[in-house]
Design a protein around this ligand. Structure first.
Ligand SMILES: [Zn+2]
Length: 419
């Protein structure tokens, strides 16, 4: 590794020099005169932490636009029929495409739920960002499938110890309508015993809540809790249709809730994510894009904008989700949930940094950087991305991007034609 010196960068409105040593931010000062291995002139650039996408299915980027204008159940059935044809090469190039898009739109860490983890891990390792890759349980209430998945999960967990330290292993329960009770409990116990993240889709649609109430006499959140699954390692994607009791359970158990605003809107699942009530209860709240099969892109900045507009729109309260909280939702809160020392530009933190170019019409006048970044600009303002102390994009160029575009396109068509 080595040293990178960021000269004359704007940090929270002030000009600063920032020294990165190895993979951490070592010094932030008005002026640093030290010869670093690499010095970057940051005139006109503002520094913010790398964004954290807390729910996605990376290799689904190959399925962008494949199933449009249909409800969630039909969408899932369409996707599942394509997924039966997935091979390792699809996953690898799909993940490369996803990570390329994430880097270009400023994401340096993501929480993934998908198949064939070694191929995704390889893509992430090569591209230089961070990820928690979760093994997904989806047994469709089939006992034989459940046993196969348990064995596969254990085996992959063991082999994940060889992964680069930027990649962590985790466990996912797809949802309570696709996974048997026995498997859900096993997955939760396995995650707890090994100190792993447990990720799941929960209360995404009204239908899901109604059906659990009919089947179990309680909401999905209460059902998970009755099985002893909910704990501070649980990251709940969607959490859209929560009642007051669900919010209390999340708060009591320390569960993190992840809003996936664009995907929820696109699939007609709803839009009344109870940010204000979750926040008041002390629940950690994060943001995700979901996979590109439903949200069509992995652009966190765009999701931040939609989330803010929607919160203000449906609650009629312009003070809800102020800019500083929105920045935390997309950075620090995710880092906290994943137990990774990132999401902040401070001495000692991991060096996961975006350099945002403010020399464009979207930032004139630059009275409020966060507001310009989220509401006025688009993600092409992100000029340079540093992750783990290494430059992964500079001047909007990512090494090897032409090959990734060509191979991913080839793989997507191959997958479509294999149906
Ligand atoms: Zn999802």
């Amino acid at each position: 590794m080595g040293t990178i010196l960021l000269k004359q960068a704007t940090l929270k409105g002030e000009q600063k020099d920032i020294l990165i040593r190895d993979n951490r931010i070592e010094v932030i000062s008005d002026s640093i005169s030290l010869s670093a291995k690499r010095e970057i002139d940051c005139t006109g650039k503002t520094i913010i932490p790398g964004l954290i996408n807390m729910h996605t299915h990376s290799a689904m980027s190959l399925m962008r636009g494949i199933s449009e204008d249909v409800p969630l159940r039909e969408w899932l059935n369409n996707i599942w029929s394509i997924e039966t044809h997935l091979q390792e090469e699809h996953i690898y190039w799909g993940a490369k495409l996803a990570v390329l898009e994430m880097i270009k739109t400023g994401t340096t860490t993501f929480l993934d739920m998908y198949w064939m983890l070694p191929q995704v891990a390889q893509a992430v390792e090569e591209m230089g960002i961070r990820a928690v890759l979760t093994y997904v349980f989806l047994d469709h209430f089939d006992v034989e499938k459940s046993e196969v998945q348990k064995a596969e999960c254990k085996c992959l967990y063991d082999s994940s110890k060889e992964w680069n330290k930027r990649c962590k292993f985790g466990v996912s329960i797809h949802a309570d309508y696709t996974v048997s009770k026995n498997t859900m409990v096993w997955a939760a116990d396995f995650a707890k015993e090994n100190g792993l993240i447990l990720h799941t889709h929960i209360s995404e649609t009204h239908q899901e809540v109604l059906s659990d109430k009919e089947k179990y006499g309680m909401s999905p959140v209460a059902y998970y809790d009755s099985l002893g699954i909910l704990d501070s390692n649980v990251i709940a994607a969607h959490a859209l249709w929560l009642d007051d009791e669900d919010i209390d359970i999340f708060a009591k158990r320390g569960v993190t809730a992840v809003h996936n605003v664009n995907s929820n809107l696109k699939l007609g699942s709803g839009y009344r994510f109870r940010y204000g009530d979750l926040k008041a209860a002390g629940v950690n709240i994060c943001l995700g894009t979901d996979g590109a099969g439903s949200s069509n892109n992995l652009d966190m900045r765009e999701s931040m904008k939609t989330m803010s507009l929607l919160q203000k729109g449906w609650t009629g309260d312009t003070t809800t989700l102020p800019l500083n909280e929105l920045m935390d939702v997309a950075t620090l809160n995710g880092a906290r949930a994943l137990g990774i020392d990132t999401g902040r530009i401070e001495e000692g933190a991991l060096a996961d940094i975006l350099l945002v170019d403010t020399r464009s019409e979207a930032f004139i006048p630059n009275i409020n950087f966060e507001s310009n970044f989220i509401f006025s600009a688009n993600s092409s303002c992100i000029d340079t991305v540093i992750c783990d102390g290494k430059i992964v994009m500079e001047g909007r160029k990512v090494p090897g991007e032409e090959q990734i575009l060509q191979k991913a396109d080839e793989m997507a068509w191959k997958l479509i034609k294999s149906q």
